[in-house]
Design a protein around this ligand. Structure first.
Ligand SMILES: [Zn+2]
Length: 114
């Protein structure tokens, strides 16, 4: 059986790492230094910065993530079009991972705790 939703390829992940889930955009990150995983829920209408002067990309994300395992800062910058379609995205200090990779890590952690 094919999975219900196709896994993002590396190329897709770099150009659009966001997963739309209803009123959320979800992004999965991994720290460059220690390999800690992050999942971030970006709520439409709350977590986005409005940039009304920029009609082509009126929404922005500018967020810093700091994990519990090391002092490395992960900086996510992204801009979005009117329907929250990704225009630009950049990440410093970490890399984007797929939802599947994140969920596998969660699963493995659960198994290890049993
Ligand atoms: Zn780290």
């Amino acid at each position: 059986m094919w999975p219900f939703r196709k896994k993002k390829s590396d190329q897709e992940l770099q150009s659009n790492p966001f997963y739309r889930e209803g009123n959320l955009l979800v992004v999965y990150l991994k720290c460059d230094k220690c390999g800690e995983y992050f999942r971030s829920h970006l709520r439409i209408g709350y977590d986005f910065i409005n940039d009304y002067d920029n009609a082509a990309a009126p929404y922005k994300i500018d967020k810093i993530y700091v994990g519990s395992k090391c002092p490395n800062k992960i900086h996510l910058l992204a801009s979005f079009g009117a329907s929250y379609k990704v225009r630009t995205v950049s990440l410093e200090g970490g890399k984007f991972i797929t939802k599947e990779e994140y969920e596998q890590m969660v699963q493995e952690k659960k198994e290890a705790e049993k």
